[in-house]
Design a protein around this ligand. Structure first.
Ligand code: UDH
Ligand code: NGS
Length: 291
């Protein structure tokens, strides 16, 4: 018997994963103690993870291909907690996924929206069409309910409906921050996040306006009991002061939407380095302080 031929056949007929996943927990145990990098790598090397923080089910073809994009700077312990909890979470959901950390170099005010746009564009340069769904994800949010499936739907899907720090669950009716799922088409059709919100606040509200004032995309949110997240407690970051212009920027959002976003991204940043670590891919960037 020609073993090569048999093996080839077996790979070629890998079936789609079942659309029913057994054993999802409604309240998963979260571990908020950051492991060391050595511990993380030792634990996860056994799970079949591939360089760059890529993983997919072994015995079937996943129905969900998602790039997880995380804006980042100087939150090493949060990243370790995130990876330790969320790799197993994504694997339990049988996703075909990859984790991208988009890290902003020190020296400029943090810009979450710009980093997410960069992650969207640069990850596609690396993967081509391997992922058609994008999770835009804060590093300090750990999902509690495994039924909160990281797939895309007909409308933009807001996942962080119920973050532990908000007493009544949802921050406010128009809140779109924290974690949200977009197809490639949905993100492109709203021209992505604005690039021009340096510092804390407002960029997610601008995105909400883009989504709801655009008759293409549409906005949806998972129910409160599904969209539960534990936020890792922390103080305000020194490189991310409250943006004093955010309300004024928001008021003129509709005027800038066409140019301030994916369409205006060229020239606002430089990719300094791309690293493929075992548990994630890092895209290290320097951003133009006025974008
Ligand atoms: N982020 C970084 N580094 C920074 C700033 C932000 O990695 O210096 C990323 C990170 O993924 C974070 C996300 O951007 O989860 C959003 O950060 P944020 O500062 O906008 O929001 P967050 O709710 O903090 O995490 C707001 C300040 C809370 C102060 C509370 C004091 N008790
Ligand atoms: C709003 C901010 C949003 C922010 C949200 C929750 O006020 O960017 O609070 O913030 N909008 C403006 O400032 C215009 S949080 O409590 O998570 O720090 O996401």
């Amino acid at each position: 018997v020609n073993m090569d031929k048999l093996l080839y056949k077996k790979i070629a007929i890998l079936e789609n994963c079942s659309d029913v996943i057994y054993g999802l927990a409604r309240r998963r145990m979260i571990n908020l103690i950051p492991p060391t990098w050595a511990e993380l790598e030792a634990n996860f090397s056994k799970t079949g993870i591939q360089l760059g923080g890529r993983w997919k089910p072994k015995n079937c073809t996943s129905r969900i291909h998602v790039a997880i994009i995380i804006p980042f700077r100087d939150r090493d312990s949060h990243l370790r907690v995130f990876l330790n909890n969320m790799h197993p979470f994504f694997q339990k959901q049988e996703l075909d996924y990859r984790i991208y950390i988009v890290e902003q170099k020190a020296g400029t005010i943090f810009n979450r929206g710009l980093l997410l746009n960069i992650g969207f564009v640069e990850s596609a340069k690396i993967d081509g069409d391997a992922y058609d769904c994008f999770a835009l994800h804060d590093v300090d949010l750990i999902a509690e309910n495994e039924w909160n499936i990281y797939n895309c739907s007909e409308k933009v899907k807001h996942m962080a409906a119920n973050i532990s720090k908000f007493k009544s669950g949802l921050a406010y009716e128009k809140y779109s921050g924290g974690v949200a799922m977009f197809t490639k088409w949905q993100y492109t059709s709203v021209n992505g996040y604005p690039n021009t919100y340096f510092g804390w606040g407002g960029e997610d509200d601008d995105l909400y306006e883009r989504i709801t004032n655009n008759n293409n995309a549409g906005f949806s949110r998972v129910p409160l009991d599904i969209g539960r997240y534990t936020m890792i407690k922390h103080e305000r970051d020194s490189g991310n002061p409250v943006n004093p212009g955010r309300v004024r920027q928001l008021q003129s959002s509709y005027k800038r939407r066409k140019v301030d976003g994916l369409s205006g991204l060229n020239g606002t940043y430089t990719v300094l380095k791309i690293d493929e670590f075992l548990l994630y891919t890092r895209i290290y960037v320097d951003v133009d302080p006025i974008a």
